[in-house]
Design a protein around this ligand. Structure first.
Ligand SMILES: NC(=O)c1ccc[n+]([C@@H]2O[C@H](COP(=O)([O-])OP(=O)(O)OC[C@H]3O[C@@H](n4cnc5c(N)ncnc54)[C@H](O)[C@@H]3O)[C@@H](O)[C@H]2O)c1
Length: 253
């Protein structure tokens, strides 16, 4: 098991990729703290993990709240003695064009996706740096590498998450804390079931060389790799798991 006796926090653990990543980490031997703004969902996922005989607690919290992020890390340390791994998967999305974007909607996306990653990362990294070991995995997106229609808020927040990942890697690497990101292509989750129109789905299937959406399990595989020992020399990297989307240009003669 790749994460035997490790302690991991997964934000956004109540749904989609976060729930899948937390479940995979538990199968790999980690003890889990799942955090989410949706308390019922995150308790249900934690309860499923406990049913599989792994340790998991649920914390209802808002990643945009600096004090709540600090409390999340304190509760983890109180429960398990330390924190080794943080996955920042809490996220939100709303389609908006550059000319029509409303300040409060733009700010909300930036707060959840960027500030949430920053605050949880900061508090967890303080514990990790003090003991000289840690792994932080930020969930970015192909929208953080390529502009896309309607991605003024979401895409810009993910470009910023990639920038933050590199900054964290620079500052935390010397202290034994590796920081990387997974850049998922489209995956069917509650986020995309609402956010992806039929036209968007069709466009993705056309543009992705593998011709399909990714799966939660494929994203969990990438996160487990970056969170484990085998990624010991990987730092500041964005691992796109996207069927080739960000690598290609013209595909038709
Ligand atoms: N699904 C995709 O196609 C896709 C592609 C690329 C990147 N991502 C990224 O993966 C991550 C997870 O997305 P998902 O598809 O699993 O979506 P999801 O909606 O299924 O899960 C997101 C979770 O984050 C939680 N959350 C939202 N705001 C929060 C807050 N302020 N504090 C705490 N928790 C909060 C939600 O309650 C939800 O449980 C996001 O960062 C998203 O941007 C998803």
């Amino acid at each position: 098991m790749r994460l035997e006796s490790r302690v991991a926090i997964v934000t956004g653990g109540g749904s989609g990729l976060g729930a899948g990543i937390a479940t995979r980490f538990a199968e790999e031997g980690a003890s889990l703290v799942l955090a989410d703004i949706n308390g019922d969902n995150v308790e249900a996922v934690a309860s499923d993990i406990r049913g599989g005989q792994s340790k998991a607690i649920a914390v209802e919290m808002d990643v945009t709240d600096y004090a709540a992020a600090e409390d999340l890390v304190s509760r983890t340390v109180a429960e398990y003695g330390t924190v080794d791994i943080l996955v920042n998967s809490a996220g939100t999305s709303k389609s908006m064009s550059f000319l029509d974007a409303k300040p409060e909607e733009f700010q909300h996306i930036m707060k959840v996706n960027l500030e949430g990653t920053m605050y949880c990362g900061q508090h967890a990294a303080r514990v990790m740096a003090a003991k000289g070991y840690g792994r932080i995995v930020n969930i970015a997106s192909i929208s953080g590498e390529r502009a896309g229609i309607g991605r003024t808020g979401y895409g810009v927040s993910k470009f910023a998450v990639i920038g933050l990942t590199k900054q964290m890697a620079l500052e935390l690497g010397p202290q034994g804390v590796n920081v990387n990101a997974v850049g998922p292509g489209p995956v069917d989750t509650p986020l995309t079931r609402v956010g992806h129109s039929d036209a968007t789905r069709e466009a993705y299937l056309d543009l992705i060389p593998l011709g399909r959406y990714g799966t939660v399990e494929e994203m969990a595989d990438a996160a487990a790799y970056l969170a484990g020992e085998q990624a010991g020399y990987v730092n500041g990297h964005v691992l796109f798991v996207d069927g080739g989307f960000v690598s290609v240009g013209i595909q038709k003669e």
